[in-house]
Unconditional design. Structure first.
Length: 274
């Protein structure tokens, strides 16, 4: 039984810190669960690699599109970007005459297509299955459209995104201010908008994640002391306490044995190895 207690205590000494570390990583929300967003820089004004370092911090999918060819109004541009946040919205289909051998045949064929001049975010739609299907979950996405010739920015998110309205307003203002300050540096302006758009919850956990290695280091250093306190409180027997108890039992036995020998009446004796 003593051996089992010592063995159990020794195992717990290593198991408890390991469990603590695992719990730390489980508790921390992981942004990697969000799908990697699409950055389509048709206007070629962004450093996509730099911007992706910021979009990947979000717990939502962030898609960014720039365009030089959009031919609609600014309101139409806004509607197009906002439509990307709805699961039911797909690019408008159009019809084209079918080529036949009979001139009088006026049959037409409906073709599903996405026209970048009329729709923002065509890169999100796939027609390889015979119909237009959107990639990813629109309700959990943040869609950012930048119309470069019109100098217009639109930011919309799906119903599953919990970001307060002030963050959208601040992001739009930060983009405009940075554009003026940097003489139209779209990359810096987009980063400024992303920083103001990021919600408070994401910012909090970003700070926790950045300090996580230090938390784990402190936990590993303090784990032996915490284990000793826990073992003492729970009455677990460690190897040192077992040795102390064994020494105490032997000392008590020797004391009792000596007292018994001295109480045998007259005479005496002794034994020793030489």
């Amino acid at each position: 039984m003593q051996f089992l207690n010592r063995q159990k205590a020794g195992q717990l000494r290593f198991v408890l810190p390991f469990i603590g570390i695992c719990l730390c990583w489980i508790v921390l929300p992981t942004q990697a669960r969000a799908e990697t967003g699409t950055i389509a820089d048709d206007a070629q004004v962004l450093n996509t690699a730099t911007i992706r370092q910021y979009t990947d911090k979000f717990t939502y999918t962030v898609d960014i599109f720039t365009t030089r060819d959009f031919q609609g109004s600014r309101d139409a541009f806004d509607t197009s970007v906002q439509g990307l946040t709805s699961e039911s919205v797909t690019p408008t289909t159009f019809t084209t005459p079918t080529t036949t051998a009979t001139p009088t045949d006026t049959s037409t064929t409906t073709i599903s297509s996405c026209d970048p001049k009329q729709q923002v975010g065509c890169e999100l739609f796939d027609d390889s299955v015979g119909f237009m299907m959107r990639k990813g979950y629109a309700s959990d996405s943040i869609e950012i459209g930048i119309d470069v010739p019109a100098r217009h920015l639109a930011i919309y998110s799906g119903k599953g995104v919990t970001i307060v309205q002030d963050h959208y307003n601040n992001a739009i203002q930060a983009f405009a201010d940075t554009m003026h300050q940097t003489h139209d540096n779209y990359t810096q302006a987009t980063i400024a908008a992303l920083n103001d758009l990021q919600n408070d919850n994401d910012r909090f956990w970003d700070g926790v994640r950045s300090q996580a290695p230090w938390f784990l280091l402190v936990a590993l250093v303090l784990s032996p002391f915490l284990f000793a306190m826990l073992a003492n409180a729970m009455g677990w027997k460690t190897s040192s306490s077992s040795n102390d108890n064994e020494y105490e039992r032997r000392r008590s036995y020797n004391s009792w044995n000596n007292n018994s020998s001295n109480n045998n009446g007259g005479g005496g004796g002794a034994s020793s190895n030489f």
